[in-house]
Design a protein. Sequence first.
Lengths: 272, 327
Amino acid sequence: MDDRGTLLQVRDLTAQFNLDGVPSRVVKGISFDIAPGEAVGFVGESGCGKSVTARAIMRLAPEGSSVEWGGRILFRGQDLLTLDEHEMRDMRGRRIAMVFQDPMASLNPVMTVGAQIDDILCRHTGVSRRAARRRTVELLGLVGIHDPALRADDYPHQFSGGMRQRVLIAIAVSCQPDLLIADEPTTALDVTVQAQILRLLMRLRRELGMALMLITHDFGVIAGMVERVYVMHGGEIVEFGEIDALFAGPRHSYTQALLAAVPRIETARRTA
Amino acid sequence: MTNAEPLLRVRDLCVTFPARRGRPPVRAVDQVSFDIEAGRTVGLVGESGSGKTTAGRAILQLQPATGGSVRLLGRELTAMSRAQVRGMRRHMQLVQQNPYSSLHPRMTIAQILAEPLTVHRSVPSQRIAERVAELMTLVGMDPAVVPRYPHEFSGGQRQRIVIARALAVNPDFVVCDEPVSAVDVRTQAQIVDLLHDLQDKLRLSYLFIAHDLAVVRAVAHRVAVMYGGRIVELGDAARVYDSPVHPYTRNLLDAVPIPDPARQRAKLAESSPEPQFRGRDGETGPCVFGEDHAAGGMPAWHEVGPGHGVSCRFWPPGVTPPALKGH
Ligand SMILES: Nc1ncnc2c1ncn2[C@@H]1O[C@H](COP(=O)(O)OP(=O)(O)OP(=O)(O)O)[C@@H](O)[C@H]1O
Ligand SMILES: Nc1ncnc2c1ncn2[C@@H]1O[C@H](COP(=O)(O)OP(=O)(O)OP(=O)(O)O)[C@@H](O)[C@H]1O
Ligand SMILES: [Mg+2]
Ligand SMILES: [Mg+2]
């Protein structure tokens, strides 16, 4: 850690689901820190608990499930797990925002994309509808949607997968949060739009001092974006370190296996 | 080209979404043509919103085409009745882009995987449970979890269930729309291996839609690059990756992130101005290859090598094909 202090301190976090009365612990006592303005990456196998960890910080249970959290999540020294729902609602979106892994489920299918962003802006920043729409169009343009003023009147199903993902990013950054949690934010984007989004996130970090918790399976993306990275496996953090050091000399066998499996653009199809 | 028809033949496929509120119609797919031979994979890459998903759905008749022809196993799909198309479903399947919304939330994994088996009567009812377990193993999951519901799984686990469902009926052709973007690189490699093995064993053909160009290179024999509803470049994977001709393809390959922190940081730090690919459509006079398509009535397509073609549309002003430079 450096002298920036901490924005987020997670201590012994656990998350447990109940499957037909049988408790199933999927996050097994993990601890990590994020400094103000810092960018931290999370990688790991599919199902190792990255999204459940991220959702715990937002204190959002997966839909249709009850989850039990344990440990402490200190945001500027305040334990989020002890806040009441009202206080937590104040936190969400404004101080801590999240881009969810599932764009379709986080958008309202019967409301236009623009109206959904307008609503959030009005709620969190108290601006007028007219001013909100101006900002909405600006945000859609910022995430690379062509003809943003027209496109704001589309419904989510009229957007492509990558366009929906960009809407979520626009929503998440709309209120200039202190911490942005981005769960696989660019999986549905072509690499040129992806680069544009990554540069945008970098710029927001620089200009607003926004911290970033980036979850991704893409080692090319993580390589350029974060200062430190945590490697998760089976609900635990098995390794963490500075990004350069971890890429150059992974210590844990799981990290080594993961890095060895990174696909390379030079590698052609295996011949039958 | 031989007389034998390929497994899949797509010609001049068009999908237009109707005009709304004073807005022009959206030409999501515009005169798309390509073939897929049995046992081969065509990779489809390109701009977000360029029409890849729509093209895949139109080929599978999940989305009405506004023009063009789709022939699978020698049969024209666009002219078929609904019932006939339903009969063809056991030959053609879709692995959807979004593993969340494509699984019914109130069905268990066992029910989800059994459904296509009963609909197409592909296995006798007493063998269904066995086949479901087999499918789970095939995609690297524990058959014991089949009584659970989709929301109880992570993104990558759901993705594997979606693949298992598509493979349940032993199809000949599968459209895989971003099949591995939700899983870690080790699982990715396993799924890619799985798709290869199935291809070798069953002569399966794939249309593999993905944004990860390294993954596409690992699976595809041929690669098509889409921009603005059109295929702008099509050729053998090695040619498209090693000698790209269309400026959009080159731009795309240049933007691929590098899994090396120092190099990738440097890459993100340099801000190259976005090239202008838009416009120059429906123009008259000579194209970038010096041909007058409007006058000659020829399609806007140019062979630049064996089995490697490129469109003369969407070239930024002043950019000319590499071979023509200095002429
Ligand atoms: N609602 C739920 N009920 C029961 N178990 C769940 C639920 N949601 C997630 N799990 C389980 O918790 C574990 C962690 O899930 P999580 O979504 O955090 O994985 P992940 O690391 O984000 O994976 P991916 O990279 O595939 O998105 C998984 O094994 C999953 O099956
Ligand atoms: N139901 C619809 N109504 C109107 N327009 C639509 C509809 N579905 C898609 N479109 C539009 O068609 C175009 C192509 O969308 P499509 O989903 O095929 O893109 P894609 O290439 O798959 O993009 P991505 O890589 O982001 O998934 C987009 O401009 C999209 O907004
Ligand atoms: Mg996840
Ligand atoms: Mg798509």
